[in-house]
Design a protein around this ligand. Structure first.
Ligand code: ZN
Length: 206
C-alpha cells in the first residue's frame, strides 16, 4: 500500500465537495449560514483542509494515503457521489494541465500531431507517475493507464469511485490532444483484478 499521495489528489476531492455544496445563489446569507451547519462542503474544516492541501501542493509535500482514501469513502457515502467523483477528476485534470509550462501547452495545442502527440504522451506518462502514482504505457493504437493504489477504488460499490481517475484521464486527453472520447475501465482492484486499468484510443498522428 502506498503510504502517501500527491496533495492534488485529496485537494481535488475536497474542492469538488466544496463546489457542489456551494449554493449558486449566495445572496441569501441567512440561508447560506443554515446550509453551512448542515453541509460538509461549506464547513470551516473543509476550508482549512483545502488551504492545507494547497500549501502542501506548493511545497511538494505528500499526503498520507489513508487521509485521501478517507475522502474517497466520505464521497462514496453521498447520494451525489457519481457527480462528485467525476467533478473531482475534472478539477484534478485542469489543475495538472495548468501546472504545465505555458510554452509547452501552447506547442502541444498548435503543433501538428506528429510533434504534439509524442509531447503529450511524454507529459501523460509523467503525470501518471507523479500525480496518479501509476504508469502509462503506449501500446499500438491504445494508451494503458494503470493505477495499482487508487484512493477511491473502495470508496463506493461497483467501482463507482474509479470514475475519479477515469474522468481525470479523459479530461487530460481532451485538454492535451482533444481526445478522450473513448476511455474504458478494463480491469479493477475492486473486482480483484490486481490493478485499476483504463484503456484509451491513441492515434499517433493528426
Ligand atoms: Zn477500478
Amino acid at each position: 500500500m502506498a503510504s502517501t499521495v500527491h496533495a492534488r489528489i485529496p485537494l481535488s476531492l475536497l474542492e469538488a465537495i466544496r463546489r457542489i455544496d456551494t449554493p449558486e445563489d449566495q445572496v441569501d446569507a441567512e440561508y447560506v449560514q443554515e446550509l453551512r451547519n448542515k453541509r460538509l462542503g461549506l464547513s470551516d474544516t473543509v476550508y482549512t483542509q483545502i488551504r492545507r492541501y494547497s500549501e502542501a501542493t506548493k511545497r511538494g509535500q505528500k499526503i498520507p494515503f489513508a487521509e485521501a482514501s478517507g475522502l474517497g469513502t466520505l464521497i462514496g457515502r453521498r447520494p451525489d457521489s457519481d457527480e462528485l467523483f467525476s467533478t473531482a477528476g475534472k478539477i484534478l485534470a485542469r489543475d495538472i494541465y495548468d501546472s504545465i509550462a505555458t510554452p509547452k501547452r501552447r506547442m502541444m495545442g498548435f503543433m501538428p500531431g506528429f510533434i504534439a502527440r509524442p509531447m503529450a504522451l511524454k507529459e501523460l506518462q509523467s503525470i501518471a507517475v507523479n500525480f496518479f502514482g501509476g504508469t502509462l504505457v503506449h501500446s499500438g493504437s491504445f494508451l494503458q493507464l494503470q493505477i495499482p493504489e487508487s484512493v477511491t477504488v473502495n470508496g463506493a460499490p461497483k467501482s463507482a469511485g474509479c470514475a475519479f481517475y477515469e474522468s481525470a484521464f479523459r479530461e487530460l486527453l481532451q485538454l492535451l490532444v482533444k481526445g478522450g472520447e473513448q476511455v474504458d475501465h478494463v480491469s479493477c482492484v475492486q473486482r480483484n483484478e490486481g490493478v485499476c486499468e483504463w484503456r484509451a484510443e491513441w492515434r499517433t498522428s493528426h
